[in-house]
Design a protein around this ligand. Sequence first.
Ligand SMILES: [Zn+2]
Length: 275
Amino acid sequence: MCSVCGTIKRNIFTLMAKNVGADAIATGHNLDDTVSTMMSLFFAGDFEEIARLKPVLKPLLPGQPRKIKPLITTPEIEDLYYVALNELPVQECGCPHGEFTPIKGMKKWLDEMEKEQPDIKFRLLSIFRRKLIPLVEKNMAKEVQEIKACTVCGMPSSSDICAKCRRVMELKEVMGRISYEELEVDMEDIQNLGENVILLDVRDRAEYESYTLKGAINIPAEEIEKRWRELAKYKKTHKVVVFCNSGRTSYSVAVKLRNLGFKAYNLKGGIMASI
Ligand SMILES: [Zn+2]
């Protein structure tokens, strides 16, 4: 999901910048975002992608804006303090798929490391920027890919049709086959789903024990994969209504279950909206 979203998002940013005649796109990536992404890519062995996380990237085609990340050395928490002190408006809505990204796990891991080594994030950024990236770039120079304009949208691409245009074509094809319209249900809709309905509470055990919906079973979101067998037996026979407090984590679980062939639904607004 993140790679689809990221590809399309970058394409839109570039188009918007061109429309207003801007020669640079500045994004708000902070130290935590950058180092956690670099570490995830490092563990995946994707060194070329690490090189693309540099704070200044030249345009791939003439006339395109360059990309800059002015906050790359600022810790996330300092951005938050700055925003709060200056009462700046922030985007509060989170991505429904953000709960499961490997980056989130990596951020947690780095936060743990930071307790014993307070400068670990700065040191890692410096190692990547000053040691690893120059090595990778020296190597990459030998096999420079030819960049041309996408035949559909005109954006830089290594093939005739760019990654974003290929993704959009794939998505259009999938959307023609699957409809996600009825993914979200409210309490009334649940009555109409029939008898074989499993209510799946994906909050943690303590929340489940303090209050839940009648008849609900509890598998915390992060344990879904581990406790897969328990769910798999309902795949053919039952519909699964997933819920959490806000409806956000459960949404991503419901999408995941649908992709795995379940008849899954998300309780809109979460358990809070149903009380
Ligand atoms: Zn294109």
